[in-house]
Design a protein around this ligand. Sequence first.
Ligand SMILES: NC(=O)c1ccc[n+]([C@@H]2O[C@H](COP(=O)([O-])OP(=O)(O)OC[C@H]3O[C@@H](n4cnc5c(N)ncnc54)[C@H](OP(=O)(O)O)[C@@H]3O)[C@@H](O)[C@H]2O)c1
Length: 276
Amino acid sequence: MISPKGKTALITGSTDGVGRVVAEQLGKMGARVLVHGRGRERGEQVVAAIKRDGGTAEFLPADLAALAEVRRLADAVRATTDRLDILINNAGIGSAGAGRQTSADGHELRFAVNYLAGFLLSYLLLPLLKQSAPARIVNVASAGQQAIDFSDVMLTRGYSGSRAYCQSKLAQIMFTVDLARELEGTGVTVNSLHPATYMNTTMVRRAGVTPISTVEQGAEAILNLAVGPALEGRSGLYFNGLREARAERQAYDAEARARLRALSLELTGLRAGEKV
Ligand SMILES: NC(=O)c1ccc[n+]([C@@H]2O[C@H](COP(=O)([O-])OP(=O)(O)OC[C@H]3O[C@@H](n4cnc5c(N)ncnc54)[C@H](OP(=O)(O)O)[C@@H]3O)[C@@H](O)[C@H]2O)c1
């Protein structure tokens, strides 16, 4: 692994699950870690664990189910650090739940939290990432992917938690392919992955599934993209664990990606001056 000593990493959703393990491991490797989640108590516990191991960390709370909070998180990052070398968009909600839910902005909740929040956060933090280049963005997606039906992205018809989860995960991968092209020549790379299948996390337990992988396996795959030497200068890729893989067909459909991008810009209200 390339040593992250002296580098700063933000891991969204690092109060629990695989994100927590990645945050703790980056802390042990010497990175300054920005821990993110909703609950302050759990966030501070992760910070304390990193500090006990001799690392440096701070907790930045934000509920990614509100775009205003995503903006607040970006502001908090900028107020905390003048460099950002690694951004890991990991926070997510699984497929379990009692029917269709919406975000504070009225968007289908999994699309909002799993995809749209990371889309907006990445753009808001791009100036900092570019300034710190070489820098890397890692989008933690999933092997569970479903093509987006552009006539009903918010899933007002035929909703299922699994469909909502899978389309949000494919959206992350489509964004990765798209953003990589835009970032060519900037020294900022962006890759996505399926970390591991059914890790032993809250999300999987909530879905009533028996775990078959450890969080350490998923963390290893995420760290490979975040600090692995083989990924230097490589961008726009999708990995299944440690192996480069093909995502669902729609990820390679330029027209579908353009539609998703236009919709995402509209929904997030990203202004021209912010999109550098
Ligand atoms: N588990 C698997 O087998 C598996 C497989 C493929 C992909 N993945 C992906 O891996 C990532 C991590 O999953 P995990 O299994 O580690 O999940 P997890 O244990 O349930 O942890 C999810 C994390 O996301 C945060 N989060 C959820 N909703 C949020 C919101 N509205 N605002 C801010 N933070 C929020 C949680 O914060 P709080 O502490 O505030 O709840 C928590 O830190 C997800 O993107 C998931 O889709 C997981």
